[in-house]
Design a protein around this ligand. Sequence first.
Ligand SMILES: [Zn+2]
Length: 307
Amino acid sequence: VFERTRPELRIYYSELLTLPLPEGHRFPMAKYRMLRDSLLREGVLSADQILPSPLAPPEALHVAHAPSYVRSVVDGSVDSKIMKRIGFPWSEALVRRSLATVGGCLAAARRSLTHQISGQLAGGTHHAHFDAGEGYCVFNDIAVACRTLLFENAIKRPAIVDLDVHQGNGNSSILGQDKNVFILSLHGEKNYPFRKVPSSLDIPLPDQCDDELFLRELDRGLGAVEEFKPDMIFYQAGVDPLYADRLGKLSLSFAGLIERDRRVMRYAQERRIPLCISMGGGYAEPIELTVEAHVNTYKTLREVYRC
Ligand SMILES: [Zn+2]
């Protein structure tokens, strides 16, 4: 139970997120800094509301990853086939970025337990498995935070609400057998990953899925979350269901994504369930549209929580 009616909003971010990439790489790496800058410029967040993501110590990842995999990423001996599936070249900067992404989620999750809400302008690396990353995901931030807080008995029944257009195969492969974790995934049926790993509730959506269908299915999904009665929600708020996304095949509007965020946030807010937001994917062309959609998530957060 939170005493304050207006939560004190703090969001984690790191300069390490903007990884230098080889010329011509397809990943829109500038979006992290652009998001931070837009949030500040539009007054959605003030500078003192953005905290630096701490680096997770590598051993902290062992709750969700094979120690041998963690070690190989840190020391650079990781299999080149795994790096190819991840999609980024190995570098010291990638190691630090990946540890900051996990550390940011863990810090945000802890903060949401005491302050009702938090999040990071990064993460939602839901394609990372126990012993291998893929799909731009090295380590699984939500799986590590979830397991850490469970082991500490800080939470007992977390739910992951994953609304990124891509199915969270890494979340499911790591946490899918945990009966005290509920994973809801709404995703494009025809989108990567092509071999999905079952979640507690998977809701595959057809190509060109519009706002109406998405929101109806979201309500059904939140109904299942309600039956589970979570004591914490990790929200993977990827904006790649947007119509303009070049990787996602769905067709949500900006208004549809705002309403999506509002429903998840209201659900948590009305029940006083701690909410931790991870950024998730977004690959619109131009990338400014993705950034705008992420900014809307934080505008909606302030509206719902009146903070
Ligand atoms: Zn995605």
